[in-house]
Design a protein around this ligand. Sequence first.
Ligand code: P6P
Length: 340
Amino acid sequence: MIVNRKVLTLDEFTIQQLRDFPHATGELSNLLRDIGLAAKRVNVEVNKAGLVDILGDIGTVNVQGEDVKKLDVFANNQFMGVLRHGISCAGIGSEELEDVVVFDDEVSNQSKYVCLFDPLDGSGNIDVNVSIGTIFGVYRRVSELGKPCRKEDFLQPGIKQVAAGYIIYGSSTMMVYATRRGVNGFTLDPSIGEFTLSHPHIQCPPDGKIYSVNHGNFFKYGQGVKKYIDLCQRKGNPEGGPYTQRYIGSMVADVHRNLIKGGIFMYPATTDKPGGKLRLLYECNPFAFIVEVAGGRATNGKERILDIQPASLHQRSPFFIGSKNMMEELETFLKDNPNT
Ligand code: P6P
């Protein structure tokens, strides 16, 4: 009997990666499988949002001062739970939690890794059925093994990530993650309840025809950003040129589309948010790692996102990410207008 080995599940893929590196401990593979398990549990709730009383606010606000949707809390608890009870993670930081959570038990203290999460990005879109996502980054601890992890384990530059990824709960549910060996995408197959390898070796096209930005903020952007947006519009007009504007208001969906098709996503500094809106540690860094491994680029307008030394857990950053050649074009405008 011929066994169909063509389609690998996430578990089979991570185990195969382990076979290629016999000296690896398997901790990272275990951690990625734990995240996949939590993602499946979150997916069930996201898919039935609207049918059960899991929508809407729970009457509290998170550390960001944003209304917390019930699914935010559920997602945070799912990811924290699998990692706390796994054998690969010493602690986590999360958009939903003011401070890091140190798991501080005998097994977790021996774990090599810590994780940073945005458990449910774009959650403001939950009630209107727009794609949302989970974003994560994985770091090797710098603190002493055998002891509880420490804050400095989480405040490392993004270049120190050993893995990063996201789950997009959209028309289908996908988990995409990067290690230094490449970026691979797994689509959830409901018939077997497993993530299956559907997008091997994802590469970000060096050129694109899509620019993603919130035009409503146009007059709050710096001159360099305005000039680049003007260029994108000219390239799209008047003879109906190639550029088009796509902005869903859910970064995971926007950046995922641009990663696959090519394009640029921008959340620049504005006059009312001079530090930008997006969070460096658990929104910008994971995507910067993924897109760079796939051949793209990511900056804060002045320096490479992955080089930034974080000062605090929830710090924000202006964010530009996407196709290499589009990013280089943007950077010529930002260089000519440094106060963007
Ligand atoms: P704005 C969602 O709240 C989010 O963090 C990202 O997912 C999204 O790209 C951005 O904010 C949208 O922000 O200000 O354009 O609505």
